[in-house]
Unconditional design. Sequence first.
Lengths: 321, 336
Amino acid sequence: MSGPLLEIRGLRVEFATPRGVARVLVGVDLDVDRGEVVGLVGESGCGKSVTALAVLRLLRAPGRVSGGRVRFQGRDLLALPEPGMRGVRGRGIAMIFQAPRDCLNPVLTIGRQLGLLLARHDRVAGGAATARARELCEMVELPDPERVLRAYPHELSGGMCQRAMIALALACRPALLIADEATTALDVTVQLQILLLLRGLRDTLGLAQLIITHNLGVVAEACQRVAVMYAGEIVETAAVGELFAAPRHPYTRRLLAARPRIGAAPDGEPIPGSVPDPLARPPGCAFHPRCHRAQPRCGEQHPEPAVLGPGRTVRCYYPEP
Amino acid sequence: MSLLAVEALCQEYRVPAGVFARRPLVAVDRVSLGLREGETLGVVGESGSGKSTLARCILQLERPSGGTVTFDGRELTTLGGRELRGVRRLLQMVFQDPAASLNPRLRVGYTVAEPLRLHRLREGGAAVGARVEELLRAVGLGPEHVDRYPHQLSGGQQQRVAIARALACEPRLVALDEPTSALDVSVQAALLALLRDLQARLGLAYLFISHDLAVVSAMAGRLMVMYLGQVVEEGAATELLARPRHPYTQALVSAVPRDTPWAEPARLVVAGEPGSSLARAAGCRFAPRCPWAVGRCRAEPQPLRPVGAGHAAACWRAAAGELPPWPGTAGRTERR
């Protein structure tokens, strides 16, 4: 098995709407290597979550994948029959979401939910399942596992629900965890606890992660590599240090400048205009109407990603120096 | 003299505890603060800290169960009827979710004109119309937005309408309750710049409420940190963020995700979660999560104690210099 763990090439997703076809992903390229933590960052509506749902083939009508390919552990996920795909979900790729309490079954205890999962995927039950459930609780640092396993989701705090979600996600020993805004709904002191937990899982289990977030601070905290998304495509990829030290895409630079920082005067010259309507994408580069570096060419031709170095690409004709 | 002076403000709710029984939930517990004309006080805390309830009690949107609120020399908690309505015009609020705080069935122009008519600030259609356009221009919107409905606007534009509606009353104090939390980073930056600009032009006082220390530090000169209804620390923003003295403030500052991947922030990571204001502890409410807590912390209530010039913390150990020194942001090491 060679190549990256997850390889997304030219992924396109469309949503049929009464007003026409919305092109939500227009060719997403993204790799996640074994044991690597990659951030997918962008503002609301840029297609981050749709990318994750398309990879797991969880998109619902009217959304559909209209092109591209997704390879995971060498298998083409978009061509896999549904029973095979069920084996990938959970066992190959697990996903956690923003609202952990909404994702847990409210009428089953945490222990029962873990038990069902272990019985279905790992075919373990009884004492072995209980032992594994306790082990998973310890892995996600849930205090007092006995009590948590007997508890219903409403009896747990938000942070404990997210830990329980992560325990469920880890139950089938996935190779890749997709975390979609997994810390956004949590209080900041709890967010830090979960980010430290995810980092620990990378170090101890070698768990590869795709961390979807709008928060560049979370990227700085948790990721090794980062892909910046704008209007349905990746506009820049880089090692996380390089991206923060020298952003090359004008959108990335503006985004980094706009975030409020403690002890730094806000220099966020705001980005003018707003995100394009997926039903009416501007010709050329999708960012050019808002870009301070735009030239006539940017409105005419759609830039392809230019490779600037190993793992470093930028989709821009006139990148920042 | 302060524009606003709040003394020992309390708000207690009775919440169900069983079928008939009720028990008290102290959402705001003896909070005092002062705010001068043109000044911004930042109120920081996590969910359940009572920061929104505090603002609502100051504006008399709900009546506090104890304490006093003096605005421009008048005590508001005993004021009623016409008098209260007159004062209320001068105290306005902007809420977190603009989509929920604007009436979806009213056009923008009507929403902004309503306070002008209610408070008789302009008479006649032409004068009202001109003032609405002026207010929209002040928040960066154009005359083309007058006839739009809220759903036809972006989140940032909706929040600008909510600000224009607040400004229509010609207030002297605006309580901003997480005004940018629902917005994207790039939109947030523009809105914060607008709020600073409006303050400079109109001399507004802001009570700026947020869970996000970075956002608050961009807005407020002074900060107040709340935990489960109580103020645990207050002081000048730069001083408080560089040298937080209360362990909870230290944990809060620690929890702000690092600026850059190479920053190595000094950190106090605390276990557990805030819990609830229901369980009334005799001592410090943070003690169950505090790594430095000792017997006295759990036994005695912790009033604010001075720990520096204009800087106070509700921690006797911090005041006594018993806590380990805090390296603060200046102590961050950088490695490339």
